[in-house]
Design a protein around this ligand. Structure first.
Ligand SMILES: Nc1ncnc2c1ncn2[C@@H]1O[C@H](COP(=O)(O)OP(=O)(O)O)[C@@H](O)[C@H]1O
Ligand SMILES: [Mg+2]
Length: 236
């Protein structure tokens, strides 16, 4: 079943075609990776999906309904959660309170238990009382994921979540992503090709705002255009 579709999705910044007529389909219950060189339009593309940036043309369908013009908070209410490249935690609040906010937003009746469960999922339960801004950077990224998961989303969009994670934390991250499937579908922007090849069932490659290729990890790895534009460029 298709959870999300984009058709002809477009966002230009002046003369720059950041996202340029992208067609995209996301299957429910899967891990789908979005890769491509820096500046390819990955962050802009997912910003359009979650409503952080308005769409210029094209359409987005989520769970069978057109969400192209919905404001971001209404997309969150329909089950789209996201974390972005730039951390967006509340630095002065405790780790617990950062997660309690989205748990409350979801309308939970067991606030403390649900908050601790979300923290436990990312391995931060032991740091619940700490001020969020004092966490190591990698832990702040995990806290953001806990904030997203606290919404019990149908779709979780992660923009470069392993950036800043220690090698020892990456295995835990992979296990975490696998654990949310199939209730939550994951769209993952990721530069670490080991993580991509290990986790993703489908990979879409963006280049200059357009889809260069989309398919299984094996097909993407074997694709000459992808190798030339991305995999050959020292990223792999
Ligand atoms: N708000 C903006 N204003 C102007 N240009 C932007 C803006 N956001 C992104 N861009 C440009 O759009 C292109 C795609 O950026 P981005 O989506 O961040 O790529 P990626 O996430 O793949 O690295 C880049 O050239 C970037 O400089
Ligand atoms: Mg980006």
């Amino acid at each position: 079943m298709t959870l999300l579709s984009a058709r002809g999705l477009t966002r230009h910044f002046g003369g720059l075609r950041a996202v340029d007529g992208v067609d995209f389909d996301l299957e429910s219950g899967r891990i789908h990776a979005l890769i491509g060189p820096n500046g390819a339009g990955k962050t802009t593309f997912v910003s359009l999906l979650c409503g952080r940036i308005p769409v210029q043309s094209g359409s987005i369908t989520f769970a069978g309904q057109d969400i192209t013009r919905l404001p971001a908070h209404e997309r969150v209410a329909r089950g789209i959660a996201y974390t972005f490249q730039i951390t967006s935690i509340y630095a002065n609040l405790s780790v617990f309170d950062n997660v309690a906010l989205p748990v409350q937003r979801r309308g939970s009746r067991t606030l403390a238990a649900d908050t601790m469960a979300a923290l436990d999922r990312v391995g931060l339960a032991g740091l619940a009382g700490q001020t969020a801004g004092t966490l190591a950077y990698g832990h702040q990224r995990l806290l953001e994921i806990a904030m997203g998961l606290a919404l019990s989303p149908r779709l979780l969009i992660l923009d470069e979540p392993t950036q800043g994670l220690a090698l020892s934390e990456i295995d835990g991250f992979k296990a975490l992503v696998r654990s949310v499937i199939p209730e939550t579908t994951v769209l993952l922007i990721e530069h670490n090709m080991d993580v991509v090849m290990d986790l993703a069932e489908t990979i879409t490659v963006l280049n200059f705002g357009q889809t260069l290729a989309s398919g299984s990890p094996a097909a993407i790895r074997a694709n000459p255009a992808v190798q030339a534009a991305y995999l050959g460029g020292g990223h792999a």
